[in-house]
Design a binder for this molecule. Structure first.
Ligand code: ATP
Ligand code: MG
Length: 333
């Protein structure tokens, strides 16, 4: 079930320092809770024009549900109705941020997000100071959901999300009830981009079952930022690698989650689309077919992709050889 809320009040704009483009806003819902509301109308500075990322809301819900299925910590989400009366009282949203009336994707605001390190990192970047490796690793120290890390790697491989490990705004950390938790957010750029109208996105989603696809991934994972080993996965990935244990090729941290992903059926995927508003689709049947085709094929490639990553030196604990999914001897888990 997806909760439906009305947006009652605007609090402030977020995301202006995170490298993202969609500038979500913090709002209060009709149930009194605070939410982060996203907008599919996005200003693209390189083209100096507004563009519609028309698949963003669908992908936010779909990947939220896959993440929940994998047991990954994500903020709850809702479908938030923005009505024209509300926009009349928040003219900046309408005129500066191009919000329009209708259903929007909203996630429950995570209280007390730690931004200090990120802000410090931004300052260093602005000053063109060299990047120091240590701070990011310490930032992710002492999180209680360390076992989420290997699940998030699989989630991102399964959904073609290249927007997490090089982007320091898409994993957030907050302490609540004494627990320091990492939350996985922002899935709008999965599946080769946020816009259905982009023909290349659709072609990429179909190419999963075609020749040359694995080579394409190998390049994407290893060369997307400068050609250094696994640089495509970025600084955040290197900091989180401390929680990836693949020292034993027969009994490693990806064992269970890959088997879980491989169990996904078309019917399960259908259930992830339930409750998504019709107005979010451009071409409902074809869109759902594309996601199904992609996920059902991509799930069969996870072992191979992980082994390419291991082989290319992505995981510090890896000692060589292939990761395996043989039945584990009893007594281990
Ligand atoms: N549920 C939430 N709770 C607390 N803070 C949030 C939440 N969702 C988003 N934020 C904050 O807002 C920032 C931007 O959100 P998000 O990453 O979803 O959008 P974006 O990066 O601007 O979007 P895009 O990548 O689509 O351009 C996050 O980095 C985080 O600091
Ligand atoms: Mg983001």
């Amino acid at each position: 079930m997806l909760e439906h809320i009305e947006v009652d009040a605007f609090v402030k704009v977020l995301g202006d320092n995170t490298g993202g483009m969609s500038r979500p806003v913090q709002v209060i819902g009709s149930n009194g809770k605070e939410y982060v509301l996203k907008n599919q109308n996005v200003y693209d500075p390189s083209r100096r024009t507004w563009v519609e990322w028309d698949s963003m809301f669908i992908q936010e819900v779909l990947v939220h549900r896959i993440a929940k299925h994998f047991g990954i910590t994500v903020p709850d989400c809702a479908i938030a109705n923005v009505d024209s009366i509300f926009l009349t009282h928040a003219p900046a949203l309408r005129f500066t941020h191009n919000y329009v009336p209708g259903f929007h994707f909203a996630s429950n605001l995570v209280d007390g997000v730690e931004n200090n390190l990120r802000d410090g990192y931004e300052t260093l970047l602005a000053l063109r100071k060299p990047y120091i490796k240590r701070p990011w690793s310490s930032f992710f120290n002492n999180i209680s959901n360390k076992s989420d890390v290997s699940k998030i790697v699989i989630l991102d491989l399964l959904t073609a999300n290249f927007d997490r490990f090089g982007n320091f705004g898409n994993l957030i950390i907050a302490t609540n009830n004494g627990e320091r938790l990492m939350y996985c957010i922002d899935h709008g750029h999965c599946f080769w981009g946020p816009a259905w109208s982009n023909l290349q996105k659709r072609q990429c989603m179909l190419s999963v079952s075609q020749g040359g696809y694995i080579d394409f991934w190998t390049k994407a994972l290893t060369q997307s930022s400068g050609g250094a080993f696994m640089s495509g996965l970025g600084e955040i990935f290197r900091a989180l690698d401390q929680y990836i244990d693949v020292a034993n090729n027969e009994d490693h941290c990806f064992y269970d989650i890959v088997l879980e992903a491989e169990k996904i059926t078309p019917a399960l995927i259908d259930s992830w689309f339930s409750g998504i508003p019709d107005e979010w689709y451009k071409d409902k049947l074809s869109q759902i077919d594309h996601y199904k085709h992609f996920i059902m094929n991509q799930k069969q490639l996870l072992r191979e992709l992980l082994n390419i990553m291991a082989d290319k030196g992505a995981f510090q604990t890896h000692l060589g050889g292939e990761l395996k999914w043989n039945v584990k001897p009893t007594g281990t888990q």
